[in-house]
Design a protein around this ligand. Structure first.
Ligand code: ARG
Length: 481
């Protein structure tokens, strides 16, 4: 548990402030509580320590501090990291934020030499650097999470290449599709989501350290040294931009919101498919819950929660957009409000990807129910119109003719599938045979060989091509520096 120290106005506790020289009075306890961020920004601790280690080593390499002091700083920081890993580090809200907590502990551990760490540095460039490192990891994790779900979609698509269900528009049965094709649609959507995180990570290539509070430093810092040590390609090019921008957090929250909205659509389908009315899918017991009152219920809470949680990621994005709106250059304390919505979006996406992957991998698909629903001959009405087009009839005319045939079936109860050649000829002389021949599901699929279509070989090809792409992408993302 973190302990709370309070500074009484005029008390000596103000000396606890590492930057307290300017102040006579201590911070009001309410203000201390109000402005503290360590209860959430502690999530940045390991990035803060990485940044501080790189900074200390650069200071020594630039002859700004003795080598042995840098070694003492690095050893102290490493030991603090170990304490955090072992859950033995007590974060103190009276020390405001993660940066001051770590630096204060360093003082306690290694004494006055700790005072050299903040040479040529401000918390403004420090927090910007921590965030950039955090965001790079978040982009990598999001890509891996998306890839995992995509690979499960591919696995299940392989299993269900011959499972046929109605494809829907307006949630009305439209045309029959393969379940594999349906799932590959999500694989495509998720690839774009993944690419957005990939692109965002590439934009996180410049290191803010050395920008200081706003205008750099008079000290001869080697900014390229820290940039390289932390895996950036170069230092940022403008010190004011470095400490005042949060567009990368916004971008990643936008990417997260888009991805979550996409997940919410798949989740919604699973909810619908799990209903008794559809019965296309049954989630495994491990991914369903019961009702506390109705013993018969098996509820799809997991996809429902994913659908629900997509809302908060949109809210998080809007929250930070609104915080940033109209902020003058450069750093403003408002920007401390970036972290809670950001962290929430990042962990929400991670969790949702994980549960969606597990739920999909273990779900039972009711192949018979899907096939039964796809038997509806009306789903092939478009094929009937296209049969007329093949005979030279303009499509608009063919559409009209088939519309009348469908209306006739609806009115008289006749079965579209069983209309004879003579029946069809009453509607148009160009029909070459009866509906039984023209409305063959197998043939209908076999003919859909267009790129992106539902013919078996097309879907097979899409599965194998996409799978190798995904496996390659996963290797590349795992190896990201
Ligand atoms: N906790 C602060 C934040 O997240 C760190 C920077 C504080 N800088 C300052 N000048 N008060 O934005």
């Amino acid at each position: 548990m973190a302990k709370t120290k309070t500074n009484q106005p005029g008390s000596e506790s103000n000396s606890e402030k590492l930057w307290g020289g300017r102040f006579d009075g201590a911070t009001d306890p309410t203000v201390e509580r109000f402005s503290a961020s360590v209860h959430f920004d502690r999530a940045l601790a390991r990035y803060d320590i990485r940044g501080s280690i790189a900074h200390a080593q650069m200071l020594a390499a630039s002859d700004l501090i003795p080598n042995e002091d840098a070694e003492a700083l690095v050893a102290g920081l490493t030991s603090i990291q170990n304490q955090i890993d072992a859950d033995e580090f007590e974060f103190d809200p009276a020390l405001e934020d993660v940066h001051m907590n770590i630096e204060t502990r360093l003082h306690e551990q290694i004494g006055a030499v700790a005072g050299r760490l903040h040479t040529g540095r401000s918390r403004n460039d420090q927090v910007a650097t921590d965030l950039a490192l955090y965001l790079k990891d978040a982009c990598q994790a999001a890509q891996l999470g998306v890839l995992e779900l995509q690979l499960i979609l591919i696995e299940r698509a392989k299993e269900h290449i011959d499972t046929i269900l109605p494809g829907y528009t307006h949630l009305q049965r439209a045309q029959p599709v393969r379940l594999a094709h349906h799932w590959l649609a999500y694989v495509e959507l998720l690839s774009r989501d993944r690419q957005r995180f990939f692109d965002a990570r590439n934009r996180l290539s410049h290191c803010p350290l050395g920008a200081g509070a706003i205008a750099g430093s008079t000290l001869p810092l080697d900014r390229s040294h820290t940039a390289e040590a932390l895996g950036f390609t170069a230092p940022t090019r403008n010190s004011m931009d470095s400490v005042s921008s949060r567009d990368m957090a916004l971008e990643i929250m936008a990417d997260t919101a888009i991805c979550m909205i996409n997940l919410s659509r798949m989740a919604e389908e699973w909810v619908i498919w799990s209903s008794t009315e559809f019965s296309f899918m049954e989630l495994a017991d491990a991914y369903s819950t019961g009702s506390s009152l109705m013993p018969q219920k098996k509820n799809p809470d997991v996809p429902e929660l994913v659908r629900g949680k997509s809302g908060r990621t949109v809210g998080n994005l809007v929250s930070l957009l609104t915080t940033m709106k109209g902020l003058p250059l450069s750093y403003n304390r408002d920007m401390q409000e970036d972290k809670e919505p950001l962290f929430d979006s990042v962990s929400t996406l991670r969790d949702c990807l994980e549960v969606m992957s597990g739920a999909l991998a273990t779900a039972h698909i009711n192949v018979e129910r899907m096939a039964e629903a796809a038997q509806d001959p009306m789903l092939l009405a478009t094929d009937l119109a296209e049969a007329l087009v093949r005979e030279g009839v303009p499509f608009r005319e063919a559409h009209e003719v088939v519309g009348r045939i469908v209306a006739h079936c609806v009115k008289t109860g006749a079965d579209l599938q069983h209309l004879s050649h003579a029946d069809l000829s009453e509607f148009h002389s160009a029909f070459s045979s009866g509906a039984e021949t023209l409305l063959d599901l197998e043939r209908s699929f076999a003919e859909r060989t267009l790129v992106g279509g539902t013919a078996r070989e097309r879907v097979q090809q899409a599965i194998s091509e996409t799978e190798s792409e995904l496996i390659e992408a996963r290797k590349a993302v795992e190896d990201m520096a």
